[in-house]
Design a binder for this molecule. Structure first.
Ligand code: HEC
Ligand code: HEC
Length: 341
């Protein structure tokens, strides 16, 4: 009797193993294959997943929180608005925004934004955020100090830091946090997002199938996208009258910056009290302040941002060099000057 049980367990286990191996052997990926799942198969770290067992957690609720700041709670009641001033998409895209995920090139992103009808913003896209291993990189430590430490390698803490500090809102509670994470998982990177060549694709596929070096395959796959969004803080030009005068400015490019970035928040006062539009009045106002040491100078607001006004708690985030280059800043200036003329 015992023998029979042992034999049948052995047979079952064997069938199970064979089927696993069979699955592995047929591992081929297409453009929709998850990059995180592939890395996990190759023995890389486990990426942070939402706890879907908490009542009320859903990707849909997370999406509503991020896009509108409100949703319905587990008992069907509307939650209090996350922030009075902002939604996550005031500052972040939720789709791919860089044509090549290996670099954080602001000019390539600006053109991509124009072609795809996207805004060009201070915060990095949350598309692929679940695939990153570090957050608030580079100089963000300067801005948020010790607050960055717990958030540096922890996506939940990164989200919470942004909900409270960037959004100037209330913290997310547990089911809301897991819902935001669940929504972010719908924005994970897929094989089709990277420009992998056939040879490398084969090497990764072989490694998953047990016919290659897993560690090398992990590194190879990761070489196709940035593991974190780099951030370099820079100062306005020393002389605001002359600006960066070694740069040949292109007003047409500056127009893209104005339309896809500045107007995203300032048109009709969407996310800011200060209004900007296409009128001569807007451009004259901006133009007049360019050389001044006030928050109305485009040099100053772009590079330093603003701090919250008393009682209003709204502020403008600064642009890092990776989000707006000095060339683009001069292009914006040239556009403002042209339109103010
Ligand atoms: C007022 C602008 C603003 C708002 C609103 C905002 N963020 Fe951010 N967020 C930023 C900036 C700036 C950073 C700095 C790092 C970066 O994105 O380059 C950041 C960073 C992050 C990061 C880390 C990204 C990384 O790769 O370093 C996450 C995650 C994040 N925000 C999530 C959210 C969520 C979720 C919301 C809504 C609840 C939100 N943010 C609202 C501006 C904002
Ligand atoms: C993510 C949203 C956002 C973007 C993008 C943005 N701003 Fe702002 N900006 C704000 C907020 C919020 C304030 C704070 C004052 C307010 O609410 O009007 C502000 C303040 C300013 C001020 C000072 C106004 C004052 O009353 O103190 C100027 C000038 C300004 N922005 C210009 C620009 C320009 C030029 C661009 C494009 C390069 C730009 N902004 C992009 C949100 C944004």
């Amino acid at each position: 009797m015992n023998k029979i049980i042992i034999v049948s367990i052995a047979v079952l286990a064997n069938i199970f193993l064979v089927s696993l191996r069979y699955e592995d052997a047929t591992y081929v990926f297409d453009e929709n294959t998850s990059i995180a799942a592939t890395l996990e198969k190759l023995g890389d770290q486990a990426y942070t997943k939402p706890d879907m067992s908490i009542p009320g957690v859903s990707a849909e609720a997370g999406k509503e929180l991020m896009l509108y700041g409100i949703t319905k709670g587990p008992k069907g009641k509307k939650v209090a608005k996350q922030s009075k001033h902002f939604v996550c998409t005031s500052c972040h895209n939720v789709v791919k925004e860089d044509p090549d995920l290996r670099s954080a090139d602001p000019q390539a992103r600006l053109i991509y934004a124009k072609e795809n009808g996207l805004p060009f913003l201070q915060g990095t896209t949350l598309y692929g955020a679940v695939n990153r291993t570090s957050f608030y990189n580079g100089d963000y430590e300067k801005k948020y100090g010790d607050l960055v430490k717990p958030a540096r390698n922890n996506i939940r803490e990164a989200i919470q830091l942004c909900a409270v500090e960037c959004s100037q809102g209330r913290p997310l509670n547990e089911w809301e946090m897991e819902s935001v994470l669940a929504f972010l998982w719908t924005l994970e990177l897929k094989m089709g997002d990277i420009q992998i060549n056939e040879e490398d694709a084969q090497e990764i596929s072989d490694a998953v199938n047990g016919g290659g070096n897993e560690k090398e395959a992990v590194d190879l796959l990761k070489s196709y996208y940035l593991q974190g969004s780099p951030a370099t803080f820079v100062r306005p030009p020393d002389n605001r009258r002359t600006g960066f005068n070694d740069i040949q400015a292109d007003p047409e490019n500056g127009k893209l910056v104005y339309n896809l970035s500045c107007l995203h928040c300032h048109e009709e006062g969407r996310y800011a009290f200060f209004k900007l539009d296409d009128s001569k009045y807007s451009f004259k106002h901006l133009d007049k302040h360019i050389p001044r040491y006030t928050r109305y100078s485009m040099y100053q607001v772009s590079r330093w941002g603003t701090s919250p006004m008393a009682g209003k708690e709204t502020y403008m985030p600064n642009y890092t060099l990776e989000r707006l280059s000095n060339q683009q800043l001069e292009d914006l200036r040239a556009y403002i000057e042209q339109k103010a003329d």
